[in-house]
Design a protein around this ligand. Structure first.
Ligand code: GLU
Length: 429
């Protein structure tokens, strides 16, 4: 008899190592098979619920109208409102947004927050746009999505090239259309508008908490641990800063243009102020310049890719020389690279756990907005630590129990939770 699951898997297969949706699906398939996932649940869970494509007219500063293409993919609602960031970038694709939306579903399930997954993207070049153009783009994109987002439907947040200001515009536009202020429609807002203390630092802090747990397993202490960070934005920059503060030796860091390396450790606060002042790491004294590619191959205890997808592939995986890989970015490693890293014995803290600190504090922000009562920063951080550490332990135990790698264990944990809830609700088919 034909196996519907196998047929379905073939239908989605292709040979592009760097297609993020295929990368996600490959991991999903493996975990689903190991779990013996019911074929009906499998068919429902491996595809998004809804893919929206919108065309966004924007009046540019020059006076003419430019039309931008935008997406919002809502992957799953089984456990609650869909949740996930919005990215602005020239090379955003629907497949990328689809993958990112699914990763949000799995991420929320791994840390056990009651959300599904979504992601948005707009094809634009934010670096070349004025604040006014970005504001008009954001407001019109929000208006296009008006019927699909909301505190109980889908709650956007910042991602690449979007920030607190972007969230404030979305919140305001949505509220204007509603006729009253709805601050729980987005997270990652400015504190004054219902944002949460600790949200800005949350993803980097989550990476730190995971690294702390992993390092203990290697009998290392922060002082004895060298860390290489790719990226210096909200995840990499803040993650490096927090790791530096607790005593880790951060030997390399980069931004889009390239990185710097000093085997004795970098003074991260100084590096970040240099970057802020000069908009580049080039020319930073006390360090050797390295490319983003070279940076990944530096010998270190912890390598934290905190920038973008497809950084570790079958091409460079055998040259990665870390003990622990802490995936601050979404999808930095391809499935082909996974196998190579596994054979090398590298301990991977998979993205859907390592960078889940952001959405965890987004959940806290949403809760605080709905209560209208706000927590102290130390309360937020403590709750974040509890969730991250509990999930790390759960995932490591599962990996040992099933004798699988940590990424597969993370998918198994997530899929099992979503499957359980979907089954309880029943499929309305
Ligand atoms: N963009 C972040 C992520 O990829 C945060 C999403 C959120 O807080 O909803 O996890």
């Amino acid at each position: 008899m034909a196996n519907p699951m196998a047929d379905d898997m073939r239908r989605f297969k292709s040979s592009d190592e760097k297609n993020p949706f295929e990368a996600m699906s490959e991991r999903f398939d493996r975990a689903a098979q190991l779990l013996g996932l019911d074929p009906d649940l499998y068919a429902v869970m491996r595809v998004p619920s809804r893919e929206l494509k919108v065309y966004i007219p924007v009046r540019m500063d020059s006076g003419h109208i430019e039309v931008f293409e935008g997406f919002r993919v809502q992957h799953n609602f089984a456990r609650g409102p869909a949740k996930g960031g919005i990215r602005y970038a020239p090379d955003v694709t629907l497949d990328e947004v689809k993958a990112l939306s699914a990763w949000m579903t799995w991420k929320c399930a791994v840390v056990n927050v009651p959300f599904g997954g979504a992601k948005g993207g707009v094809i634009c070049n934010p670096i070349q746009m004025s604040q006014g153009e970005l504001e008009r783009l954001t407001r019109r994109y929000t208006a296009e999505l008006f019927d699909f987002i909301g505190p109980d439907r889908d709650v956007p947040a910042p991602d690449m090239n979007t920030n607190e200001q972007t969230m404030a515009w979305i919140m305001d536009t949505y509220s204007m259309h509603k006729g009253y202020t709805v601050n729980a429609v987005v997270t990652g807002k400015p504190i004054a508008l219902g944002g949460s203390l600790g949200r800005r630092e949350a993803t980097g802090r989550g990476v730190l908490f995971c690294v702390n747990e992993a390092v203990k397993r290697f009998n290392l202490t922060p002082e004895k641990t060298s860390v290489v960070v790719q990226g210096s934005g909200n995840v990499g920059g803040i993650g490096a800063q927090l790791m530096y503060e607790v005593g880790y030796k951060v030997t390399a860091i980069s931004d889009v243009g390239g990185g710097i390396y000093n085997s004795n450790g970098l003074n991260i606060p100084q590096v970040l102020s240099y970057l802020q002042a000069n908009k580049t790491l080039e020319g930073y004294k006390e360090a050797e310049q390295v490319s983003n590619k070279e940076l990944l191959e530096i010998e270190c205890d912890v390598l934290a890719p905190c920038a973008t997808e497809n950084q570790i592939t079958s091409e460079n995986a055998d040259r990665i020389k870390c003990k622990i890989l802490a995936e601050g970015a979404n999808g930095p490693t391809t499935p082909k690279a996974d196998k190579i890293l596994h054979d090398k014995g590298i301990f991977v803290i998979p993205d859907i756990l390592a960078n889940a600190g952001g959405v965890t504090v987004s959940y806290f922000e949403w809760v605080q907005d709905r209560m209208g009562y706000f927590w102290r920063e130390d309360e937020v951080n403590q709750r974040l630590e509890e969730k991250m550490v509990a999930s790390f332990i759960e995932l490591s135990n599962l990996a040992e129990l099933h004798n699988v790698d940590t990424r597969t264990a993370a998918y198994m944990l997530a899929i099992d939770r979503v499957a359980f809830d979907t089954k309880m609700r029943g499929i309305y088919a």
